[in-house]
Design a protein around this ligand. Structure first.
Ligand SMILES: C[S@@+](CC[C@H](N)C(=O)[O-])C[C@H]1O[C@@H](n2cnc3c(N)ncnc32)[C@H](O)[C@@H]1O
Length: 293
């Protein structure tokens, strides 16, 4: 299954490969300086992490730079992780309440685990929360970023979602809510179907299971070749294709899902606020709610 890891990581290396000493320039879209910080994120770093106001931005930039050296994901290079995207989900109040009521939560492809920190900062107990990522080093950097190694009870599990022997299997049938943010869009249609079936198996086998997230969408659903390795594709969904995929996942797992998909009218480059030449013209921010019936 190591090949799956290579497949999903092929995209950014055409512009910047931290492992290649001949290629030490960050890509053009990389945002080096963090000029301002949204009030919600600032509150987490000051109140939850206990940083002084002046220390917040230098601290974030220092940890972010270490993460970008590990792998140059756009969500890291563009500071997108500071959105704390889960709070923008229409399901956020429900998710927070369900966690307070003792339900279990998994952030899949969590990277730093910033959405977990937002929930915990807002009063969710961390005991029933899990984060999982291919790379333990990103989750370790999450402790450095939020300064909560001694207090956070979240269990972080490193594993490849496509690995049939992944340690994530220990959560099979145990999770009430999954957050899959900027995750499924890393993969082709076939891989997304496989990954979605794993998500189904991680949820408790009962009505009410919830999968939420945001990712890159497109007005036109299509497989998009990765620039450096055109033999590899990532499927960009619109609302219709995402629902169609979940109908297939439901049929193949014997489950039923109510799927709600939201695509922004504004193109993604404008939302990100910096020119990103690898974004297709029709790219949109997409968010979704998938609820087991
Ligand atoms: C683009 S980042 C998104 C991080 C975070 N969820 C967010 O919204 O900011 C995708 C994350 O998925 C992880 N990932 C990629 N392929 C994976 C796989 N096959 N299994 C588990 N995690 C994977 C990466 O290591 C990375 O941290």
């Amino acid at each position: 299954m190591a090949s799956k890891t290579v497949i999903m990581e092929a995209s950014s290396k055409d512009v910047w490969d931290p492992a290649n000493t001949n290629s030490k320039q960050p890509p053009e879209w990389f945002i080096g300086e963090l000029k301002e910080l949204d009030g919600t994120a600032r509150a987490v770093f000051e109140k939850y992490s206990g940083l002084s106001p002046d220390a917040v931005i230098p601290h974030i930039v220092e940890v972010r730079n270490r993460a970008f050296d590990i792998f140059p994901y756009p969500c890291i290079g563009l500071f997108r992780f500071l959105d704390l995207a889960i709070r923008k989900s229409p399901n956020y109040p429900e998710v927070l309440q369900r966690l307070k009521d003792g339900q279990s939560y998994l952030d899949i492809g969590c990277c730093f685990g910033q959405d977990i920190r937002k929930l915990v900062a807002d009063g969710a107990p961390s005991e029933n929360t899990y984060g999982s990522d291919l790379r333990m080093d990103f989750m370790e950097l999450g402790y450095d970023l939020f300064l909560d190694r001694e207090t956070l009870k979240t269990k972080f599990i490193a594993g490849d979602i496509f690995d049939p022997d992944s340690p994530i299997k220990q959560l099979d049938g145990k999770i009430d809510i999954i957050n899959a943010s900027s995750f499924l869009h890393l993969f082709s249609w076939d891989q997304q179907v496989k990954a979605s079936k794993v998500l189904v198996s991680l949820l408790k086998p009962q009505a009410g299971g919830l999968i939420i997230g945001r990712q890159m969408g497109d007005v036109e659903a299509k497989e998009c070749p990765v620039r450096s390795r055109p033999e590899i594709t990532r499927f960009r969904h619109n609302g219709e294709s995402f629902k169609r995929m979940w109908k297939l996942v439901g049929d193949e797992t014997g489950t039923d899902w109510q799927v709600d998909v939201r695509l922004t009218d504004t193109d993604l480059t404008r939302l990100i606020g910096t020119p990103v030449d690898w974004l297709p013209a029709g790219a949109r921010a997409m968010s979704f709610t998938i609820r087991r019936l």
